[in-house]
Design a protein around this ligand. Structure first.
Ligand SMILES: Cc1cc2nc3c(=O)[nH]c(=O)nc-3n(C[C@H](O)[C@H](O)[C@H](O)COP(=O)(O)OP(=O)(O)OC[C@H]3O[C@@H](n4cnc5c(N)ncnc54)[C@H](O)[C@@H]3O)c2cc1C
Length: 407
């Protein structure tokens, strides 16, 4: 092997301890945590393409379900809010928020991290004595005392086995970024009754597809249909938090993740499942008025028949369509993060696929933290949403500040 070959095949290992904290992922959680950690004066670096999941995996034209107050990324001075972004670029505040505005907002927010952001992907993460060894997509290897995993839900798509016979040209999950406009004029079955499924069905219909929604639940549900409940001044404030996650009564509890963390797991799970049960935003019933909806049934078999897809439903009927879009949600399972070494995953104490987290979002591996959806089993459903970035960033940085000397 000559010198030139050695340079290209050997990873470049830097010798210093490198970083105090590195953050995996530059979505709302990673960017917010980065802003807070930078403010502590630590050696911090956030890795990932800013807002990639929102820009590339969500359907163009989508509207955010979360209200404006629940759609701010978090920074220590609250200087980089959605409203601040709109004011800075002369944009009229809109509600609901278009996806494109939110992506631009996140990227604007990111600029305040400056050189503390690196667009490389993390390809490997292992424990190396009291440090973490982190491999980057550019071939570099760095070390850090702490790692914050803010890598989102991308790898957790739930794809029911019944669709495994279909080709990628015939089926995809809503989070895979299939262009809605590519399906114009096609017959599409959308499976599911949550926001992703229903919003995708509306966009497909508007793009000229012949759409049918197939859902297990007996009737579609809508969120925020009793808007008067939100307009009763102080009474509404008692009933709902500004984040608007979860129904009346539960909403305020969900807004205090620290309290939720202390609730016994069985009850905490019930609150979580109830708060995020499948439902669509209030603007969708009107847009879905002319879309066929088949509720109370599921797809029991699927087959590729030439260019067509044949579906057998639980009510005994059949469908022949061109494409199936799965709005079937996701199952958090950190072993599906391909950058985490299997040894590291094995060392993380888990509740099913979720890490079991303590104060400061710490896992059972010292120095390894998880924020975002992976933290929802420990801290409740607010952590599934952008609204949880404020709590997560504060709790994380306060813990790291307190344990600075020991790390
Ligand atoms: C269709 C849909 C609609 C939604 N609507 C809303 C809504 O209206 N309001 C709301 O609050 N929430 C909504 N959500 C939930 C939303 O996904 C989360 O609120 C939000 O994305 C959480 O941010 P995050 O930073 O944890 O994850 P993400 O936004 O997914 O960011 C994680 C980032 O990490 C990056 N990453 C992953 N692995 C690596 C790696 N190895 N190296 C470097 N980078 C990596 C990914 O590319 C990704 O960009 C919606 C979700 C979906 C699917």
């Amino acid at each position: 092997m000559n010198d030139q070959q050695q340079v290209t095949t050997k990873p470049k290992v830097t010798s210093s301890p490198d970083y105090d904290v590195i953050v995996v992922g530059a979505g709302p959680y990673g960017l917010s945590a980065g802003a807070y950690l930078k403010n502590l004066g630590l050696g911090v670096r956030v890795f990932g393409e800013p807002m990639e999941f929102w820009a590339d995996k969500m359907p163009a034209g989508m509207l955010l379900r979360s209200p404006r107050d629940a759609s701010n990324l978090a920074d220590p001075r609250s200087a980089f809010t959605l409203s601040a972004y709109e004011a800075a670029c002369g944009k009229k505040p809109s509600s609901p928020i278009p996806l494109e505005t939110f992506v631009e907002y996140g990227r604007w927010f990111q600029t305040q991290l400056g050189s503390d952001l690196d667009r490389s992907n993390i390809t490997g993460l292992t424990r190396d004595k009291s440090r973490f060894r982190i491999s980057l997509s550019n071939g570099e290897v760095i070390r850090s005392r702490r790692v914050v995993v803010a890598a989102g839900i991308g790898p957790f798509q739930r794809k029911p086995a019944v669709f495994s016979q279909l080709t990628p040209a015939q089926v995809s999950h809503c989070y895979e970024g299939r262009k809605i406009t590519d399906l114009a004029g096609k017959r599409v079955v959308v499976v599911g009754a949550g926001q992703s499924a229903l919003e995708s069905a509306a966009l497909l219909h508007e793009a000229g597809s012949d759409v049918e929604i197939v859902a297990k639940i007996p009737a579609l549900r809508w969120i925020g249909m009793h808007s008067w409940l939100h307009h009763m001044g102080p009474i509404s404030k008692m009933l709902y938090s500004k984040y608007d996650v979860g129904p009346l009564g539960i909403s305020r509890l969900v807004a205090t993740p620290k309290v939720v963390h202390h609730i016994p797991l069985t009850l905490r799970d019930r609150i979580r499942v109830r708060a995020v049960r499948p439902a669509g935003a209030r603007w969708l019933p009107e847009r879905l008025k002319f879309v066929k909806v088949s509720v109370g049934r599921s797809v029991e078999a699927s087959k590729s028949m030439g260019g067509e897809v044949q579906l057998k439903l639980s009510d005994g009927t059949e469908r022949r369509v061109d494409y199936v879009l799965l709005g079937t949600g996701y199952d958090v399972d950190i072993s599906r993060y391909d950058f985490l070494s299997p040894e590291l995953v094995a060392d993380v104490q888990r509740l099913d696929g979720y890490p079991n987290l303590g104060a400061g979002f710490t896992s059972s591996v010292p120095g390894l933290h998880f924020i975002g959806a992976t933290a929802a089993r420990s801290f409740g459903p607010l952590l599934y949403f952008v609204a949880g970035t404020d709590f997560a960033s504060k709790e994380l940085t306060s813990y790291i500040r307190r344990h600075r000397a020991s790390s």
